[in-house]
Every structure is written in structure tokens, then in C-alpha cells.
Design a binder for this molecule. Sequence first.
Ligand code: FAD
Length: 452
Amino acid sequence: MKVIVLGSSHGGYEAVRQILMDAPDTEIQWYEKGDFISFLSCGMQLYLEGVVKHVNDVSYAKPDQARKDGVDVFVKQEITAINPADHTVHVVNHNDGSERDESYDKLIMSPGAVPADLPVDGEGLDNIYKMRGRDWAIKLKEKTVDPSVKDVVVIGSGYIGIEAAEVFAKAGMHVSIVEFNERLLGLYLDQEFTDTLTQVMKAHNVDFYGSQAVSAYKGENGKVTAAVTSKGVELPADLVVEAAGIRPNTKWLDGVVELDDHGLVKVNDANQTSEPDIYAVGDATLVPFAPTGGKSRIALATNARRQGRNAAMNALGQKHAMVPVSGSSALSVFDYKFASTGLKEGTAGKFGVKTMSTVVKDTFRPPFVPDAAGNAEVLFKLTYDPESHVVLGGQVMSTQDATQNMNVISLAIQAKMTVEDLAYADFFFQPGFDRPWNVVNVAAQQALEDLK
Ligand code: FAD
């Protein structure tokens, strides 16, 4: 069998790995249109802050290793068209300009997404950047040490915008964030958490402008000098980083496989498209969403990886369904570390789900452990169905790392566990690590009181 894998990021990488594990004799052709295999945007902040020294280290696959494993790796070679009827793809080789057709038995696509362009005046000015992929990483890195950059405006306060803001604030620049929603990180955290984080940002020279969109950029000599918001606020800008959403890279697939109204490739639980021998995964698709049982758009590497494995298993003839996910994610904001999963009070309405939540504050370890020894406060929120008590989501934040608790909540959502199940669930205790009752127990026990 011959499988063609399109895209070398998370989804494509995992598809290749799964085929190598399950059917190493498969002929695999792996295509990447860019000049680098498997750049990890998730690690970009670590590179921009100098923790990882070289941009090429922000990767997890080396073409030479894949070739040793028997994979035909094609870098700077783009699949520009697909003909499902005769099972061929058209390839443009950007190394030498040549073109050719290749046949496949199965095609697994992880074409990903690109940062959204904002349709505002001045969008074409210089020094308006995006934050995704290796090329932007290199350009952003130059700006972190450019003495002419004093004011940075970040558009969007999802986790990418927050990472950009933190990078440039740590580099000594003043940062303004413009956000359409009222609160920063509003899709990830409820207000109890974001109020604190907004103050933390402010203390680090990051100002937040919520409930407004960017409406225009001003410039001089072709370079951006300011961003103007829909509330008429003019923010000085030597650099703008746009992190206001993504667009699936699927226009070229229109008419090949079925797309939805947002241009996402329609897939079933096997990650199969409307063409039975073509599979699609990653940011260009929807994922099954565990808290609601429906589908949701959650652009995360974790999802792309699971889908890549799932598509490969099904392409090899194994019957496997994509595991429902809950959008679990974690991030640090200066000294704070937070994680969340599933539904929040702020997002439940969008899904038409009735929720109830319990918030608890606790210390990380028993009260007798001094703060200096690592005993910070933990803020924890558990969200559940008020009728069935089924767990629907969670959020946690501390200056200590309590984020792994969200993996517990994610698992509880996947297993459709209830508040009762979590209240007395068995979690370890050792004063070096936590309290006699883990914070998940504490929140669930409090939830039972709240439900009385
Ligand atoms: P992409 O990563 O978009 O990759 C698609 C690849 O396919 C690209 O390399 C592209 O060049 C190639 N390609 C496209 N079309 C063709 C074609 N026709 N022919 C050949 N090649 C083609 N997620 C997390 O889970 N955790 C994190 O901490 C996290 N941090 C992030 C930080 C940043 C700054 C960004 C931007 C994203 C982050 N994400 C994170 C999200 C994560 O990076 C994406 O969800 C993930 O990259 C999606 O993988 P993908 O395979 O769908 O597509």
C-alpha cells in the first residue's frame, strides 16, 4: 500500500509515526511545502525568550531519521491539487520548479491553518507580524533585540497573543493588548482568574484594552506607528503582532472534499473526508467535543496528534474512532501558571449547555508548610451539570504548578464522571506534594454542598 501524508506538523508527523509502528512495509511519501520539517510553534516562546537557543531545535522530527525509517520525505514540495477519481496528487517541487503527479492508495492531509488577516486600513504596513511557524519565529526574534522597538501592540488575547505580549514585555518593551472580548483569555478562563491575570500583566508593563477591535493602523515611511481601536484609542506601535484567530488552509480543497461554512474539512469519527480514501486532521477540521457530545473547533497540537494517529489507523484498515477531547490547555503568565479544560461559565452559553460551578481557594500543601518552601494559593473552579452532576469543565491557577489537575478533570469529562465520583476519588497525599485532600476532592466535596 502507498500512503501520501501532507503536512509535517503535528497531524502529519503522528500519521507517519503510526504507520511506521503498525505497518512498516507501507510505502510512505511525506510532503512539506515549507523548507523545514515539523517546526513546533508551541515552542516558539521558549525560542523567543532565549531558553532554546536555535530556531531549528524547536522541532521534533528530523528528515534524516524519517528517511532512515524508510519514509520518502519531500521538503519544499507542495501538493497543489488532488484528483480523488484517479487517486493522484499534483506536486510542485519548489526546489527546482518541476512538477509531477503521484498516485496514492490513501491520502492523509494535515494542511493546518494560517493566521487570519485583519481587514483594516494600513494592514500592508511594515512591522505588522504574525506568530506562527518558523519564518515568523525568526522575524520576531530579531525584534526582541531591536532597540528601535519600544512599543508593541498585540491584537488578540488568546494564548498566542498572551505569549507574544509576555515575550516582548520580558524583552523590556511596553506592550498593549487589543481584544474584541471583554476579558483577556476569555475562551480559556472565567473572570475570577482573568481579573488577577490582567493585574499581573499590568504590573509587567502590559496594558489591556478589552471590548474593542483594531480598526486601523497608522504609519510613516511605510512602517506602522500606531494602532487605532474601535473605541478611538490610538496606541503607539513600533511593532504589531496579530494573533486574532486562524483560517484553515483549505481554499484549494474546495470541490475536492466537502468543506463546512468556515472552510473546515468535514470528517467522520475515523477522520475520513467525503472521499473515502482521503483523511483530514488537525487545525483544518473539527474535533469531537467530550463535554457536549457535539463537534467543536479547537486548534491544538494535542488534537492534531490524536487525529493523525486515528486517521493512520483507519487508513490501514483498523476500526478506530477519534477520542472525544475537551480542549485541555495550560499556559504561564509571568509567575502564574494556569490550565483549563472543557466548558467554562463564559463559554457554556455558546454551546447551549446549562452549568453550575464551584470555586475553591486552597493552599498547595498543608498550612504548616511555609510559603517560602513552596506553598502558594491555588484557585480551582469545577463546572458541572446541575441536574446530572456530570463534570463538564475545570480551571486552575497558582504561582505553583497545579496544572496537572486539569488532566484529571479532562479524564473525568471523557469518562462522564460525576461530582460524586470526584469527591472521594483516590488521590495521593504527601506534604512535599499536596494536601491530604487533593484540590480536586476539595472542589468536588464543596460542589456537593453547593448542590444541596
Ligand atoms: P499546522 O501546524 O498548521 O501545519 C500544517 C503543515 O502543512 C505546515 O507545515 C504547512 O507548511 C504544511 N502544508 C500545508 N499545505 C500543504 C501542501 N499543500 N503541501 C505540502 N505541505 C503543506 N497547541 C498545543 O496543543 N499546545 C501549545 O502549547 C500550543 N502553542 C502554540 C503556540 C503558538 C505560537 C501557535 C501558533 C500555536 C500553538 N499551538 C499549541 C497550536 C498548534 O501549533 C496547532 O494546533 C498545530 O500546529 C496544528 O497542527 P496541524 O498539523 O493541523 O497544522
